[in-house]
Design a protein around this ligand. Structure first.
Ligand code: 5GP
Length: 253
């Protein structure tokens, strides 16, 4: 059996070289981490759920013309993606105050914001991904002004798409994080949505009850994380209602 080349292992995913030039394989692990990996656990089935949910969101974005790195799901835990150079920023879009924004500005969690607010954090675990301004981004050359215009536009389009999809299944999209990749095409470069979109990187609250259906369940010890993600997948029609994904996830195509 041929051994694959591992390019990078992160907290929740492993990236392998893909079968063809310009591709990578993204493997979703069951590992859950929070607070810069100070809290860790293995949640059986999480990787399978995130792979499938990420596929669902990325396919939808591709279909409405928002470019992403996603090519196709390969199996339960892996997806084939375009390789790209990751812009060293976490792009966060917030519709309601929560998490670090609530702490920073003293806003009660769940307060609706006057409009979606986009924030940027510098991707560096050793620094705890600090919030940065466009001044920092320009001065340190992490992205050009043209890149920032494109990133803002991508972030807001993803927000409109995800908010609508979630609204349709009774879930409020509180906030989310995306990462952006650079792909080169001859003399040109384009920016695309990369990494993952899943309940690991979003805040999702049930519209009626306010129940949290995202990684805060793990961060704040609010119950079973796989159950929360299964609820999201079931509502979106990604998992059949009767499945028991914690031990044996079942996919429907
Ligand atoms: P906050 O800044 O409030 O901690 O996070 C805002 C949003 O971005 C949340 O939906 C959170 O899940 C997501 N987010 C922020 N940083 C990270 C990160 O390092 N990894 C993941 N998976 N999501 C993040």
């Amino acid at each position: 059996m041929a051994r694959r080349n591992k390019i990078y292992e992160g907290k929740a995913k492993i990236i392998y070289e893909g079968p063809e030039a310009g591709t990578i394989v993204q493997y979703f692990k069951d590992d859950a981490t929070a607070f810069n990996a100070q809290k860790k656990d293995v949640i059986e089935g999480k990787g399978v759920l995130n792979n499938r949910l990420c596929e669902y969101f990325m396919v939808g974005l591709n279909q409405i013309g928002v470019p992403t790195h996603f090519i196709k799901r390969l199996n339960m835990r892996e997806q084939l993606c375009k390789s790209c150079e990751i812009v060293p920023l976490e792009v966060i879009v917030r519709n309601y105050a929560a998490g670090t924004m609530s702490k920073r500005l003293g806003l009660e969690e769940g307060t609706q914001l006057p409009r979606p607010i986009v924030e940027y954090c510098y991707k560096d675990d050793s620094l705890g991904d600090p919030l940065v301004s466009e001044e920092h981004i320009a001065a340190f050359g992490w992205a050009s002004q043209q890149d920032m215009d494109d990133i803002l536009s991508l972030a807001l389009r993803v927000n409109d798409f995800l908010s609508g999809v979630m609204y349709g299944v009774g879930i409020k999209l509180i906030d989310f994080k995306i990462e952006i990749g650079r792909v080169y095409d001859g003399d040109y470069q384009r920016l695309i949505v990369a990494d993952e979109i899943s309940p690991d990187s979003c805040r999702l609250w049930d519209m009626e009850t306010g129940q949290k259906l995202d990684k805060d369940v793990f961060r704040r010890d609010l119950g079973n994380l796989a159950d929360a993600y299964t609820e999201v997948a079931t509502r979106l029609g990604v998992m059949p209602k009767t499945s028991t994904p914690i031990t044996k996830p079942t996919l429907i195509n």
